[in-house]
Design a protein around this ligand. Structure first.
Ligand code: UTP
Length: 297
């Protein structure tokens, strides 16, 4: 029987040091692209892919994230009283039903693999998705929905992948390609953050995965890998060594690395320009800035 993917894990327990001092008190995932927190984009993408259970791996200081998904009865009543129905609808669209969302604590930031392992008791013998909210993907069909379709065909582990320049391979998990079939590649290995000049390809893993329960079993070993962290890519590759298929999936869409300042700013501009209510004003501003920069040169 073919398995369906209905659960997604959102690892959000990292320290977010690249955004200090903001992340001293604001979880990175609550930072806003235009007017929606990063995590809302991740939830919307998961829902569009048929996900029914949302599992957050959190840590100390992430209380604002749990509050964000709660009902806000006082705020709702106030908007209703003032007849602000449009804002009320926006607010209601962020509510999560009781029992739909679960929070698990990762007590120490031991790595992405360890964060995923923290959800093991909430996943039974079924495939599951992993979404990193700081990878935001603008796409006509949301990235995870594209991957779920691919999974329905292959029933093997699938990682979202994109080509990166040689100089960037050392910052990613890199796929060793067995067969390149276009949007899907089969793999014969996977290396986390390879040293410069040693990457097996330019195809990098980014923050969307559909994984089998075998990967959780491999994480039970809790072996530290690159950077002294328990790496998710190592566990996926161990499942492959055990005979499971691991596919790279070249998704359609544009990925923004919102875990970095430059990526976050690019995403802000791209998402604002895509909005009817902001486009003209922002475009005029950008044009003025470019014009004055050119004049000053
Ligand atoms: P990052 O490598 O971006 O780390 O983690 P970070 O802590 O969020 O940010 P920086 O590098 O200090 O600025 C990638 C994803 O894995 C999660 C993070 O929350 C993020 O979604 N993660 C990482 C965990 O949940 N636990 C960990 O131990 C490590």
């Amino acid at each position: 029987m073919r398995s369906k993917v209905t659960k997604a894990i959102f690892p959000v327990a990292g320290l977010g040091t690249r955004f200090l001092p903001a992340t001293k008190s604001v979880p990175k995932e609550i930072m806003t692209l235009v007017d929606r927190p990063l995590v809302q984009y991740a939830i919307d993408e998961a829902r569009a892919a048929g996900i029914k259970e949302f599992i957050f791996i959190t840590s100390r200081g992430k209380g604002a994230l749990e509050d964000y998904f709660d009902y806000a009865p006082q705020l709702e009543a106030e908007l209703r009283r003032k007849g602000k129905d449009d804002l009320l609808e926006i607010l209601k669209s962020t509510n999560m039903d009781s029992g739909e969302v679960a929070y698990m604590r990762q007590h120490k930031p031991l790595g992405l693999g360890h964060a995923v392992w923290c959800a093991r008791r909430l996943i039974s013998n079924e495939p599951f998705a992993v979404i990193l909210p700081d990878d935001v993907i603008a796409a006509e069909k949301p990235c995870l929905a594209q991957m779920v379709e691919a999974f329905e065909e292959t029933q093997g582990n699938i990682v979202a992948a994109m080509e990166v320049p040689d100089a960037m391979t050392k910052s990613y998990g890199i796929l060793d390609i067995k067969e390149d079939m276009g949007s899907i590649v089969s793999t014969k290995g996977m290396v986390e953050k390879p040293a410069a000049g040693t990457a097996p390809s330019n195809l990098a893993v980014i923050g969307r995965y559909i994984l089998t329960p075998t990967v959780l079993q491999k994480l039970n070993r809790k072996q530290a890998g690159a950077g002294g962290e328990i790496q998710l890519t190592d566990a996926i590759d161990a499942a492959r060594e055990d005979g499971e298929e691991v596919y790279g999936f070249r998704f359609q869409g544009q990925r923004f690395d919102c875990g970095s300042k430059a990526g976050f700013l690019q995403a802000t501009v791209a998402f604002a320009l895509a909005r009817d209510d902001l486009r003209d004003e922002l475009w005029n501003y950008i044009s003025d800035v470019v014009h004055s920069e050119k004049a000053a040169q």
